[in-house]
Design a protein. Structure first.
Length: 230
């Protein structure tokens, strides 16, 4: 059957995750500017990110800037990061693709993991709620409903009024994005771009592998065009 709905991941699919991280680090650096030079703080944060530091970035920041550690605690910095107004935008070509899909009466959905406040702010900044027929931020259901849980996908099927064989999921993360939609009979597409954080990753098992892989938004648009007619 022809595809009647396309659901997108958000991070590194609709927008670059690194742009969100950079925006968040700017917000943190500005927040602590009375305790340390904001540009130095941002430079340290971004250098750690580029080096692959994940998970304990703010702990390391405190070690490097004792004046920041004396004035702020880590939960405060995490809150600033997660609740900032992000400076993000659609990947080149994504806005046009969404407009094309809408013009063809193909329903648009978004399904994304991550802390709810961060994802809501990102969705608002991108204008997702204006272009999508349904938005599922899985953290609203609880951490146990993050991918690879099928719960968010099942809820989108119900909200969009479509069944699995009528739907496509477009994502980037071969660790978790495609397991549930594959099982539910959705078509799955990996958008693989060199700017993505997980560009080099490969699926560790067949169940996690996407049905299709494209390397540009132009290729994605062309593939979806072939799918719309079945």
């Amino acid at each position: 059957m022809a595809v009647r709905g396309v659901v997108f991941d958000m991070d590194d699919t609709l927008c670059l995750e690194r742009d969100y991280v950079k925006s968040g680090f700017r917000a943190v650096a500005d927040h602590v500017r009375d305790a340390a030079d904001a540009e130095e703080v941002f430079g340290a944060l971004w250098a750690m990110f580029e080096e692959g530091v994940r998970g304990d970035t703010f702990n390391r920041l405190m070690d490097r800037f004792p004046t920041v550690a004396g004035a702020f605690d880590i939960p405060t910095l995490v809150s600033v990061y997660r609740n900032h107004t992000p400076s993000v935008s659609f990947l080149p070509g994504i806005g046009e693709l969404l407009a094309t899909l809408r013009g063809l009466n193909i329903k648009i959905g978004v399904l994304s993991d991550g802390p709810l406040a961060s994802q809501q702010a990102k969705a608002v900044a991108l204008g997702v709620y204006q272009v999508a027929d349904a938005v599922m931020l899985t953290d609203s259901l609880g951490r146990e409903c993050w991918k690879p849980s099928p719960e968010g996908f099942l809820r989108l099927e119900a909200e969009l009024g479509l069944s699995g064989h009528e739907l496509v999921y477009v994502g980037d993360n071969v660790e978790k994005d495609f397991i549930a939609p594959n099982r539910l009979g959705w078509a799955t597409v990996r958008l693989r771009l060199r700017e993505q954080l997980r560009c080099a990753a490969e699926a560790s098992e067949e169940a996690a592998a996407p049905g299709h892989e494209v390397h540009s938004t132009e290729e994605l648009s062309a593939l979806l065009d072939t799918m719309k007619d079945g």
